[in-house]
Design a binder for this molecule. Structure first.
Ligand code: RIB
Length: 276
């Protein structure tokens, strides 16, 4: 940043500002960048490639010093003419770009194995949008556990979009079509809240008839009735690590790609229960 213009600004792109996971993450990025006297800019992209590219170009013109990007659609090509360092967060889009992610497959495997261990016999999965790298990892983790079960077939997997609105309808259909489902691993907490609502509207009792586990560990999961069992991501740490690495890359542009993977933890709450 000595040679080109520096604005002392860092931008974070998030796909969905309405999902509390992202403000929690943004908070961490802001804390670290502020400590280092950078101004923090937050861009909501709605997972739209067009919005991402527009923001990238506009902010590059303003000499933004670095980008922290959560994206399912950005490609290496989009970044060719971007001279400031970029780190991807939460989702990976290239092996050549530094990243901070979590062990999604392991977490998903743990979530599904946990449902099995408490006695669930038919476990469904509501996945994230097909474009997000972590959707695939979470799906793989689920399949690691159930794929070879005699009951398993692809009808037990439905694709969501990580948003609350859709998940309610999806879950309602799933639970109506398969009334034998007694466990659901939902790819994120926001959709899991939709499953709680859907079950309520169908008079399915959670956790007595149906156990539900989410992924993320956002604060909302503590406020639902029942509270949500989940795979907790270290959200604050993910954001602060990404910001620290980006600052390193800004100061040392010659530095190699850094890819970090953090661990997740299962948190048992009231939406799951061991079968008697
Ligand atoms: O809830 C939002 C989801 O999108 C999270 O699971 C996070 O990992 C992100 O990819």
């Amino acid at each position: 940043s000595l040679f080109k213009g520096s604005s002392k600004m860092i931008a974070l792109f998030v796909p969905d500002i309405k999902n509390p996971f992202f403000p929690e993450l943004a908070r961490a990025v802001e804390d670290v960048t502020n400590q280092h006297n950078y101004t923090f800019i937050l861009c909501n992209t709605d997972d739209s490639h067009e919005k991402e590219v527009t923001y990238l170009n506009a902010l590059t013109q303003k000499s933004v010093d670095g980008f922290i990007i959560v994206s399912s659609t950005i490609t290496e090509e989009d970044l060719h003419h971007i001279t400031s360092p970029v780190i991807s967060l939460d989702r990976k889009f290239s092996s050549k770009i530094s990243s901070v992610t979590v062990n999604n497959r392991k977490g998903a495997r743990e979530a599904t194995a946990y449902l099995q261990s408490i006695g669930c016999k038919k476990i469904a999965h509501i996945s994230g949008p097909q474009t997000a790298s972590n959707t695939e990892e979470r799906l793989k983790g689920y399949l690691d556990v159930v794929e070879h079960e005699a009951w398993f077939n692809s009808n037990y997997v439905v694709t969501g979009d990580y948003r609350f609105e859709n998940s309610y309808e999806i879950a309602k259909q799933l639970l109506t079509n398969h009334n034998d489902i007694d466990g659901v691993f939902v790819a994120n907490d926001l959709m899991a809240v939709g499953v709680l609502k859907a079950a309520e509207s169908l008079h399915i009792k959670i956790p007595e008839q149906l156990s539900v586990i989410g992924f993320d560990g956002i604060t909302i999961g503590l406020t639902t009735t029942p509270s949500l069992t989940t795979i907790q991501q270290p959200i604050y740490e993910i954001g602060s690590r990404a910001a620290q690495i980006l600052l390193q890359l800004i100061d040392h542009p010659e530095q190699k790609v850094i890819q970090e993977e953090l661990e997740v933890t299962l948190i048992e709450r009231d939406s799951t229960k061991r079968k008697e």
